[in-house]
Ligand binder design. Structure first.
Ligand code: SAM
Length: 292
């Protein structure tokens, strides 16, 4: 095993009692499956002097699961400037790990101000790679990934959401957003209006028991999630312009044609095979078309 500390490679693992060099260690933690923590993350958490975290209960549970006991300090970017200054100053002679509730700190999570202040004060900072929902979602979706843009959560208000999507519509890249179950339908409707005929992927409960990733056009996915209200955490992705496998009208026309001679499930399967669109979303759309 090779462990790298501040650029030095050592081939013998340090013991949990060996102290770490002072500074800040950004540590990614699992986004669901507790197995998704790296050997290096466990090593740093075992040997640091304390952990700065979003929620001491959440991080306390993770450390307990790992058999680690450390002082926990609550941190968010809105913490008093005085508290952050004190935390940064303490890193002159303490090794502090920064974690968020789940995934990679700073990715739609606190930490930006802390890193910035550490760098300004000449405190060494290192970042350990690990789980990040945006990357897991993108790699699972099968959408083009040579160029992608992650923009965090879409605004909650209708007008701001529409404007954000309109601003992103011309970008030649897969767009990645974080999303919540209660807001998914509104976002799908807004995407359908601002970026019609773009292929969408909804990745839910990544790394967990009920992990799923559905692809389709906005109306098909909306029909599916109206019938199956989405639970849990979501990464929402929009394929780049020009990558759509079939337009909404194409899919409807193909479904109508197929429904004339086939059962609903057969029609959905046939159109899915022809277009690459999600079979379950097509099935939901076919049910709507039959009801019209
Ligand atoms: N820092 C985290 C990361 O590296 O992914 C993200 C934190 S952000 C506050 C939380 C959002 O990430 C959730 O609302 C959801 O959109 C996404 N997310 C986190 N875990 C997820 C999972 N297991 N499956 C799908 N999305 C997830």
């Amino acid at each position: 095993m090779f462990l790298v500390h501040w650029g030095k490679v050592s081939d013998c693992p340090p013991s949990p009692s060996d102290p770490l060099l002072p500074g800040l260690y950004v540590v990614a933690t699992p986004i669901g499956n507790l197995g998704d923590i790296t050997l290096r993350a466990v090593d740093i958490l075992s040997r640091c002097d304390g952990v700065a975290c979003e929620d001491t209960r959440v991080t306390g549970k993770l450390l307990k699961h790992l058999g680690i006991s450390k002082p926990l300090w609550r941190y968010d970017d809105h913490s008093e400037h005085r508290d952050r200054t004190r935390l940064v100053a303490s890193m002159r002679d303490r090794a502090v790990a920064l974690v968020s509730d789940a995934g990679t700190p700073l990715i739609s999570d606190p930490g930006f101000r802390l890193i910035n202040d550490c760098r300004a004060e000449g405190i060494p900072v290192t970042s350990l790679p690990g789980a990040c929902a945006a990357i897991v979602g993108m790699t699972l979706s099968g959408l083009p990934n040579d160029r992608f843009l992650f923009t965090g959560f879409l605004p909650a208000k209708d007008k701001a959401r529409r404007e954000a999507l309109e601003e992103l519509a011309g970008i030649d890249a897969t767009l990645i957003f974080y999303e919540t179950g209660p807001r998914l339908l509104k976002s799908l409707a807004a995407i359908g209006a601002a970026l019609p005929d773009r292929e969408i992927a909804v990745a839910r409960e990544l790394t967990k028991l009920h992990e799923e990733c559905r692809r389709g056009l906005s109306h098909g996915l909306a029909a599916y999630y109206e019938a199956h209200p989405p639970k849990g955490e979501i990464v929402l992705m929009i394929g780049p312009p020009g990558e759509t496998l079939a337009s909404a009208d194409d899919a409807d026309a193909l479904l109508r044609e197929a429904l004339a001679t086939m059962k609903t499930s057969q029609a959905a399967a046939a159109v899915s095979k022809a277009t690459g669109l999600d079979r379950k979303a097509l099935y939901a759309r076919a049910m709507d078309l039959k009801a019209e």
